[in-house]
Design a protein around this ligand. Sequence first.
Ligand SMILES: [Zn+2]
Ligand SMILES: [Zn+2]
Length: 166
Amino acid sequence: MKVNIASILKNEGASMNISGSVNPGEFDFMGSKITFTSPALVTGTIVNIGGTIEISAVITGEFLTQCSRCGKEISQSLSAELFESVENDFSDADPECLVLSGNTLDITGAVEACIFGNIPLKFLCSEECKGLCPVCGTNLNENECNCDTRVYDPRFAIFRNLQKEV
Ligand SMILES: [Zn+2]
Ligand SMILES: [Zn+2]
């Protein structure tokens, strides 16, 4: 996402609105597959304050991923706040995040980093998701099975050990 910041670059106190989009596409994140089927929207402002350029924006989007318990494909929404503050000559800007070329500022890297930083580690199709049977793999939301799953649940193992000690 590129923004022409000519109007504020040399004018202290000046600000401008920005709006655009970044499509992070498809990627693996902490064991989950994340797919943005449409670009994430970015709206915000860029301000030149006392020799500092401050970029603040809200990023919103929708992506597909899988329930961490049962593997069902689910749609999740993302809302993240981006804030970057750099010297007005961009000497301290992270080149992975902000790239100034002439009057054109590319904030794609900063937006993507903000999206990655705001994706949860786990997703559930519902709070009540029963997940898959650890023995036979049946989706317990859809079917029941007769496996003795207590053996495989470490929480119950703790109780059993306590009982032995008593
Ligand atoms: Zn689930
Ligand atoms: Zn089972």
